[in-house]
Design a protein around this ligand. Structure first.
Ligand SMILES: [Zn+2]
Length: 123
């Protein structure tokens, strides 16, 4: 009987581990953005893009994670990346995109500089 209970408990735990995540990709992005809040330009949007849209979108060809359209004040983040990235990787990616926003430029070195400052100021 005790063995059966342990097996049943293990089954419940494994079902729980494979259930849908409690945090949606959008919520994860929002909480990450908020953790870097002081650096977010007012009115800027962060949009999670699903995999099918990402693959069909001509703007994504240079990125596997995220890209920003400076003139539209929006950053698109790949949903599968949001779901799989470690917290520090996601923070770095979002801080990098914020770097593009803050410099108003597409230069990667400048965005990387801003990224480092944002992460340093928001540990
Ligand atoms: Zn970049």
């Amino acid at each position: 009987m005790r063995y059966l209970l342990i097996v049943a408990l293990g089954l419940v735990c494994s079902i729980a581990a494979t259930a849908a995540p409690l945090v949606t990709p959008e919520a994860r992005v929002n909480s990450t953005v908020e953790s870097l809040g002081a650096a977010v330009p007012q009115g800027w949007q962060f949009v999670v893009m699903n995999e099918a849209a990402w693959r069909m979108n001509p703007y994504t060809h240079n990125s596997h994670t995220a890209y920003s359209l400076l003139d539209q004040h929006v950053t698109y983040i790949r949903e599968t990346y949001v779901q799989s990235a470690q917290d520090d990787k996601l923070r770095s990616t979002i801080a990098h995109e914020m770097g593009h926003e803050l410099c108003g430029c597409t230069d990667e070195a400048t965005a990387n500089h801003y990224q480092a400052v944002i992460l340093k100021n928001n540990p």
